[in-house]
Unconditional design. Sequence first.
Length: 299
Amino acid sequence: MVLQPTRLKIAVLRVRRKDQLRVPELVEMNRCGTLRPIVTRKFSTGHGVVWSGHNKWSTIKHDKAKNDAERNKLFSKFAQRISLAVKLGGSSDPGLNIRLATAIELANKNNVTKKVIENAIKKGSGASATAKGGAGMEMCVYEGMGPEGVAFIVEALTDNKNRTIGLVRSAFTKANGSMTPTLYFFDKRGYVMANPPPELQDNDDRLLEQLLELDGVQDLETTTQTCKIITETTATNTVASALKQQGFQITELGIEYAPKNEMCVTVTDQDALQRINKFLTVLQDIDEVTDVYTNLQQT
C-alpha cells in the first residue's frame, strides 16, 4: 500500500543569512513530499529605523559643526584682543602689561586653549611666522553711516589694510550705507571695568572719593558691584595698575568710542532694528575687526 503525501501547511523556522534573524516562514508540502515556501505579502520596517538613525546622526553632525564654528569664532576674537593688548601695551609679559594680563585672564575664563593664547601673544609681538616681524600688524579705524542713519566706528587689527578696508566697505555698501566721517559723533576715552574690594562695595561716596584721587580718572559711570571707571586715554594702564594694588579685581580695560548724548539716535521700528543688528553682525564677523561702536540709543 502506497501512501500519497498530503498537502500540508506547516510553519518552520528558517534563518536568513543576511541579518541572522530567525523568522518563522510558512511552507507547504506538495504531493511529492517536498517542502516549498508559500508566497506571502511582506512588510518591511527596517528602512524606517535606518533612516531615523541617519537623520539623527546628520543632525548631530550639523549641530557639532555649528558649535565648532561658533567656538572657533569666539576663540578668534579673544586671540585678537590678546594680540591687540601686546601691541598697545608694549610688552608680551603679562607681569609688565596689565592689559595683556587682563585679556589672558578673560580668555582663560572662557576656556580658550593655551595654544591659541600663546599664538596670539606671538602674533602681537611679531614672533610668529605670519606676523612679518610685527611691522605688518596695524590698528585701523573705519568710519561710516549704516542703516537708518546710525553712525558706526569700526576698529580692526590687520596685517593687510587693503583687504580689510575692502571687506568693511563692501559691508557698508551692501547695507545701503557708506564710509564717511563719523568720529565727531563720539568721544574717545579709556575705561577700566573693576570689582571693588569688599570694604568699598557698599560705600559709594568713599568709592568715588578714592577713585578720583587717582591721576587720569575722569568719571565713575556705575556704582554697582562692577564699576566702570572712565579714564584719560593715555592713563588707562596706569589707573588699572593702581586699582589692582588697592585690591580691585580688574575684569576689562581698553579704549572705546562713546556716543555723545546729543548725537545719539533712537530706533523703535523692529524691522529697522533687525537691519541694524544684521549689519552689526556682518561687521563683527570680519576676522580682523576687534570692536564696533554705534550711536544707537539703548532703550
